[in-house]
Design a protein around this ligand. Structure first.
Ligand code: URP
Ligand code: ZN
Ligand code: ZN
Length: 459
């Protein structure tokens, strides 16, 4: 069935127009004033509402075996949570560990999503070792449409790569035109500091941050940048959390290193005092890099306003209370991660746009368009234009509510942003022309999501 979205204010990067959008066969076919609605057209009245391109979360974990357990969402729950919050595409980290075969891992991750996700999705392929078959396997994976890699400088002996493996990955990525995303913390320093703190009897979640201080992240960021500089590859720092690492990345950018920066929702809104709360309340806020001292938030917001932080993701990674308690005797055993997929857009709109830190242009860019461009999805995704997929968010700026575990769709028993006010939410969300969400409820087609094939675009 055709769809007509009438009279909304369409917000794209670089333009704002009051117009109608007509959708046929999953794509936008016309944009203009007073478009006719042929018989059998579904009509959405967007008068008084903003109309955004579907939002893209460039960093989520759905299927994730990690720290002796599994992240809680499936693609059914994770994609519904994403859509309710206005995210119509997510890019999942495909994370086989060092002992796994990369290609088998890739096929396993694909099988977990296929026919299950209600929104479109893609993968960043993690390179967690570099052995003789790695190059040919990665070439197959890129040929299959997964044109971005992920490396971890942290998580020694599990996901982490050494400098030689990082070099080999970047050198191959440069040849293939593939962007490499990186978790930048020095694995050796983290391991040593963890042992030192534990030996001093410091076992609670409040010691997670001191075990991976800002300098450890700045070192990882700087090393990644230096390796990019010397291989000519294009890189993307994931979940950058603090001013020290930011300055390091910006210095690299300014000397011409091809490096982009993602920060994630928790680091803009939560600080390390959340992880210092007693017992399991603190554990719920353990993630890596850790929540930081509050002054870092101003630096992140400022860089986001200016566009030198490129994107805002979530690093969505839900572990429930029982799982968090795996670390009750030692912070090193607390599964790292905070959910966020459902609240990213609304909290970014509230704390960014409504609080005057982001104009609408930068908001759409940071939450959708720039990720689409960086990861080879533009203009299919990330913009409202004739020929683009009809992933559309009709946004109600008058809605008032709170982020809460009571109303969330993600499969978890807590919400890291519990009680935070939300000033706006999607009224209608479409995926390739089908209405999937109305006013906070999923009403659409489960399993509608498709794996998005992407071409390398960083030569
Ligand atoms: O704490 C986090 N970030 N958990 C998920 C794994 C990762 O590092 O992205
Ligand atoms: Zn990470
Ligand atoms: Zn992550």
């Amino acid at each position: 069935m055709a769809l007509l979205i009438r009279n909304g204010e369409i917000v794209n990067v670089g333009s704002r127009v009051q117009a109608d959008i007509f959708v046929e066969n999953e794509v936008i076919t016309r944009i203009g004033k007073n478009l006719e609605a042929p018989l059998n057209t579904e009509v959405v009245d967007a008068t008084g509402k903003l109309v955004f391109p579907g939002f893209i979360d460039p960093h989520v974990h759905i299927y994730l075996p990690f720290m002796a357990t599994f992240a809680k969402d499936t693609h059914e729950t994770g994609s519904i949570a994403a859509l309710v919050g206005g995210t119509t595409t997510y890019i999942e980290m495909c994370c086989p560990n060092r002992n796994d075969d990369a290609l088998e891992g890739y096929n396993l991750w694909k099988s977990k999503a296929e026919g299950k996700s209600a929104c479109d999705y893609a993968f960043h392929m993690s390179v967690t070792k570099f052995v003789k078959e790695t190059e040919s396997q990665l070439k197959q994976i890129v040929a299959d449409g997964t044109a971005s890699f992920k490396i971890f400088l942290a998580y020694k002996n599990f996901f982490g790569v050494d400098d030689g493996e990082m070099y080999q990955t970047l050198e191959l990525a440069k040849r293939l035109g593939v962007i490499v995303t990186a978790h930048c913390e020095n694995a050796e320093l983290v391991a040593r500091l963890q042992q030192k703190l534990l030996a001093e009897g410091k076992t609670g979640p409040e010691w997670h941050e001191p075990s991976r201080p800002e300098s450890v992240e700045a070192e990882g960021t700087g090393r990644f940048a230096t390796f990019l500089e010397n291989t000519g590859a294009t890189g993307y720092v994931v979940h950058l959390s603090c001013e020290k690492a930011l300055q390091t990345a910006l210095r690299a950018k300014s000397r011409g290193v091809k490096i982009s920066i993602e920060s994630v929702l928790p680091h803009f809104l939560l600080d390390k005092t959340y992880a210092e709360r007693p017992g399991v309340e603190g554990m719920k806020h353990v993630m890596s890099p850790p929540l930081r001292a509050k002054h870092n938030q101003a630096a992140l917001w400022n860089a986001l306003t200016q566009g030198s932080i490129d994107t805002v993701g979530t690093d969505h990674c839900p572990f429930d209370t029982e799982q968090k308690l795996l670390g009750k005797d030692s912070f090193v055993n607390i599964p790292n991660g905070i959910p966020g997929i459902e609240d990213r857009v609304n909290l970014l709109y509230t704390h960014g746009v409504k609080r005057g830190r982001l104009d609408l242009d930068r908001f759409v860019d940071a939450a959708s368009t720039r990720a689409a461009r960086l990861f080879g999805l533009f203009p299919r995704k990330g913009t409202i234009a004739v020929g683009s997929d009809a992933d559309i968010v009709v946004y109600d700026t008058n809605y008032r509510g709170v982020a809460s575990a009571k109303s969330q769709h993600t499969n978890n028993d807590y919400n890291g942003f519990e009680g935070m006010e939300i000033e706006g939410r999607p009224a209608v969300v479409t995926v390739r022309g089908k209405i999937q969400v109305r006013d906070g409820e999923f009403i659409g087609e489960r399993g509608r999501g498709k794996l998005l094939k992407r071409e390398p675009n960083h030569f």
